[in-house]
Design a protein around this ligand. Structure first.
Ligand code: ADP
Ligand code: MG
Length: 380
C-alpha cells in the first residue's frame, strides 16, 4: 500500500520520502481516503501510530488550489489540549505545507506567551492550531473569526471533551459554521467521547484500529514493588545501573517534579522538570533540550502525557502512577513511537498496588511486578 493509492497527490511524494514515511500506517490508510471524501471521522489508534499525518496530509490536499485571497480567515481549526502539542502539530503542518502550489500559512496560538504577537500573525492564517482558552481570548479581542472554518480537528479528542475543557469547547462549537467537516482523533475513547461524538460528528467513519490490549505490544512494561522511602534511590539506581541515556519520568504534581529534579541533580544526574507553573519559554527550551539529548532525565507532570512525540525515547518511568488508567497508556505511549521499541517502568508502593491493578485491568494487560528490597541501594 502506498500513499498515492490512498488518493494522495504526488505533490507530497518527495516530502514523504524525506520524512522517511515509506508507507502509510493503518490509521493513515483508513483516514486519508475518508477525509478526502469529505466525511466526518472518528479515528482511534494507538499512541505513536501516525494520527497527525493521517489528518494533516488530506487536509492540506483539500486546501490545494483553494488559497487565493491574501487576507483571509482560517478555514481549518485544529484544537489540542496543550501548548507543546500545538507546536508539534504545527511543525508537521509546516513540514508538508510547502508541497502545495500556493503558499499556505499555519499558526499555533496558546496561552503563556504574548497575545499581541499572535494577534498580528492572525491577519493571514489558513490553518490555525490552538488551545481552547487562548483561542477564545483571541476571538474576544476580534483577532480571529471562526465563520470560515470548513474543517475542525480535535486532536486528543477525549481530553478536549473532558470536563476540564467543557465550557470552553461549548463556546467554540457555537461559533463554528454548522456546515463543516469534523475529525476527532485519540488513542483512547471514553464515555464522554462516545456521547459527544454523537453531538459533533455527522454519520462519521468510525475507525478503531486496534483493541487497547494489543495496542502497546512494542512497549515492554514492568514494575518494581518498592517502599515510598526507597523510591528516590531506586530511581537513581535504575538510571545509573541501566545507563539510561534518556528517560522521561512522570510524577503527580508540579511540586514533586521540582523536588525530584533537585534530588536527581544533587546526585549528578542531568535532570530538568517540566510543568505548567513554568513560563512558556522555559517549557519550550526544556522540551527542546530533552529532544536534542542535552538533558538526560526529564521529570514531567501529565502535561507531557499526551501526544508529544520524542524521537528515540526509550524509557518512560512512572515514579508515581497517574490517577486515570487512560493517562497511564498515554504516558507509556511516549516511548515505542512508530515502530520503535520502548520500556515503561512503574515504581509501585503497597498503597498504590490496588490502583495499579485497576490500570492493568482497564488496559487489558498484566504488567509483571518485580520485588526491589534485595537491591542494594546504598550509595544511590
Ligand atoms: P500519534 O499522534 O498517533 O501518537 P504521531 O502522529 O505523533 O502519532 O506520529 C508518531 C511518529 O510516527 C512521528 O515521529 C511521525 O513522524 C512518525 N510517522 C507518522 N507516519 C509515519 C509513516 N507513515 N511512516 C513512518 N513514520 C511515520
Ligand atoms: Mg497525536
Amino acid at each position: 500500500m502506498s500513499f498515492s493509492h490512498l488518493g494522495l497527490n504526488p505533490l507530497f511524494s518527495e516530502a514523504l520520502a524525506s520524512a522517511d514515511y515509506a508507507e502509510p500506517t493503518p490509521i493513515q490508510q483508513k483516514a486519508i481516503p475518508a477525509i478526502l471524501r469529505g466525511e466526518d471521522v472518528l479515528g482511534i489508534a494507538k499512541t505513536g501510530s501516525g494520527k497527525t499525518a493521517a489528518y494533516v496530509l488530506p487536509i492540506l490536499q483539500q486546501l490545494e488550489g483553494t488559497l487565493v485571497s491574501p487576507h483571509r480567515e482560517p478555514t481549518v481549526l485544529v484544537l489540542v489540549p496543550t501548548r507543546e502539542l500545538a507546536d508539534q502539530v504545527t511543525q508537521v503542518l509546516r513540514e508538508f505545507a510547502p508541497c502545495l502550489t500556493s503558499r499556505l500559512s499555519c499558526l499555533a496560538v496558546y496561552g503563556g506567551v504574548s497575545i499581541n504577537a499572535q494577534m498580528q500573525a492572525l491577519r493571514r492564517v489558513d490553518v490555525l492550531v490552538a488551545t481552547p482558552g487562548r483561542l477564545l481570548d483571541l476571538i474576544e479581542k476580534n483577532a480571529v473569526r471562526l465563520s470560515c472554518i470548513r474543517t475542525l480537528v480535535l486532536d486528543e479528542a477525549d481530553k478536549l471533551l473532558n470536563l476540564g475543557f467543557e465550557a470552553e469547547m461549548n463556546q467554540i462549537f457555537l461559533l463554528l459554521p454548522i456546515q463543516r467537516q469534523n475529525l476527532l482523533f485519540s488513542a483512547t475513547l471514553n464515555k464522554d467521547v462516545a456521547k459527544m461524538q454523537r453531538l459533533i460528528l455527522k454519520e462519521p467513519q468510525i475507525l478503531e484500529m486496534d483493541s487497547v490490549g494489543e495496542s502497546i505490544e512494542q512497549i515492554h512494561q514492568w514494575a518494581y514493588s518498592v517502599t515510598e522511602e526507597r523510591k528516590g534511590p531506586l530511581l537513581r539506581f535504575i538510571i545509573k545501573s541501566e545507563q539510561l541515556e534518556r528517560a522521561l519520568v512522570f510524577v503527580s504534581s508540579k511540586k514533586k517534579a521540582d523536588n525530584l529534579t533537585s534530588k536527581l541533580r544533587k546526585n549528578d544526574i542531568n535532570a530538568k522538570a517540566i510543568h505548567s507553573k513554568m513560563g512558556q519559554q522555559a517549557r519550550r527550551d526544556t522540551l527542546e533540550a530533552f529532544k536534542q539529548g542535552r538533558i538526560r532525565v526529564l521529570v514531567a507532570t501529565d502535561l507531557l502525557a499526551r501526544g508529544i512525540d520524542i524521537d528515540t525515547l526509550t524509557h518512560v518511568i512512572n515514579y508515581e502512577l497517574p490517577r486515570s488508567p487512560k493517562d497511564y497508556m498515554h504516558r507509556i505511549g511516549r516511548t515505542g513511537r512508530a515502530k520503535a521499541l520502548g520500556e515503561a517502568i512503574s515504581l509501585v508502593t503497597d498503597e498504590e498496588e490496588p490502583h495499579f491493578y485497576v490500570i492493568q485491568k482497564k488496559m487489558g494487560q498484566r504488567v509483571p511486578m518485580k520485588p526491589s528490597e534485595a537491591i542494594d541501594l546504598s550509595g544511590y
